[in-house]
Design a protein around this ligand. Sequence first.
Ligand code: NAD
Ligand code: 0WE
Length: 256
Amino acid sequence: MGLLEGKKAVIFGVANDRSIAWAISEAFHAEGAELAFTYAGEVLEKRVRPLAEGIGARIILPCDVTKDEEIEKVFGTLKQEWGSLDILIHAIAFANKEDLSNPYVQTSRQGFHLAMDVSAYSFIALARHAAPLMEDRKGSILTMTYMGSEKVIPNYNVMGVAKAALEASVRYLAHDLGPKGIRVNAISAGPIRTLASAGISGFKDMLHYVSERAPLKRNIDAEEVGKTALYLCSDWGSAVTGEVIHVDAGYNIMGM
Ligand code: NAD
Ligand code: 0WE
């Protein structure tokens, strides 16, 4: 029997087949989970729908997380169609392109708000809507973060600050939802080539830099994030909550 047999999971953050959220979905599907997907806008629907249908998903809905109505619609549908929920995956981040290249000191109020809203606040909003559907089901909520929250990574800038807020939210949400048996965790992944990293100048050099210094002397892939997500969201992770687990070939432990 699969590790997630009989479990229902909703996945936020698939853009294409290279998305970390997609690798997590494939790992969950292989272990018997039933999946629902959301996509951020019509353009992405064309990519997400075929992928989702390919693994038997029936619930595929639009959700721009800056819009409360769209979040409410998603959870209304999940309540109607499933009645309950076991797993929520949040793999969403966004900042203005110029805020990932200009000096951090130049971050505008609007740019700061946008990055915080999409990349950090959305996690709180999704967790709040998911919790009532997870009553008495030992639910598990997982988000994706990056080491730029802990240490300065040139150009990560406002995203690093948003990820710091996201990681602190993991702990506060774990405290809030723990009494309901709901666990809240994050995976801090090393750099992976995806749509979100494609536009970053010097990303290739970053991959090389990390692979030379990480204890495992290599980069990581999305499938490895999927396997850790499977551990955290299955019964194997039953006592783990409020945690940020690094899946980065050990890069973060290095001092020199
Ligand atoms: P991706 O581009 O495949 O995924 C990012 C997703 O965010 C996309 O599906 C996009 O549609 C979604 N998104 C952006 N704005 C949104 C909005 N307003 N409403 C709803 N969805 C929105 O890239 P990815 O690398 O798979 O990123 C997934 C997560 O992993 C992000 O949180 C990212 O910060 C994190 N992460 C990525 C890396 C990396 O190197 N790729 C490393 C560590 C952590
Ligand atoms: O979280 C991320 C990237 C998130 C991201 C990417 C983009 C590119 C396109 C957020 N917003 C945007 N906005 C866009 O317009 N990562 C962990 C990948 C990443 O991004 C970096 C990195 C790494 C690693 C940016 C600078 C330096 C390192």
